[in-house]
Ligand binder design. Structure first.
Ligand code: HEC
Length: 109
């Protein structure tokens, strides 16, 4: 019995780490497209905002990267574009798993 439950736990961990290692890039990009993020961001070139690769580099190895980015795209902090202050766009989703996937994808670039 003990072995069996250990196996279950091991399987659960395995599934969780696979999900973490491979965020769904198509879903992430579809959500960002829907939320107008791509107007100011691209994967690897700077527009009004930093490229997502740049963001990934900035947050690489930081334990709180995911939390910080989720907060950034859900709370609308003030940013500055060409000297004009405006509220950063919020992601068009209230689904925590969907938002997390988008952030994990960004960090994987
Ligand atoms: C009007 C242009 C604009 C739109 C639209 C926009 N952003 Fe941004 N974004 C910016 C700018 C400018 C910055 C840099 C802000 C700064 O560093 O102060 C930024 C920064 C970021 C960062 C980096 C935050 C950090 O802490 O380094 C992320 C991640 C991000 N945006 C994601 C998104 C997502 C996801 C969307 C769609 C919901 C989005 N952005 C829509 C302009 C935009």
């Amino acid at each position: 019995m003990k072995l069996l439950s250990t196996l279950f736990v091991a399987c659960g961990l395995l599934t969780a780490s696979v999900a973490f290692a491979a965020p769904d890039g198509d879903a992430a990009q579809a959500l960002m497209k829907k939320s107008d993020c791509l107007k100011c961001h691209a994967i690897d070139k700077k527009k009004d905002g930093p490229s997502f690769k740049e963001v990934a580099k900035k947050y690489k190895g930081k334990a709180d990267a995911e939390d910080k980015l989720v907060k950034h795209i859900t709370t609308g902090p003030m940013i500055e574009i060409d000297g004009v202050k405006e509220e950063h766009k919020k992601i068009k989703s209230t689904d925590a798993a969907e938002i997390k996937n988008a952030v994990q994808w960004m960090l994987s670039l």
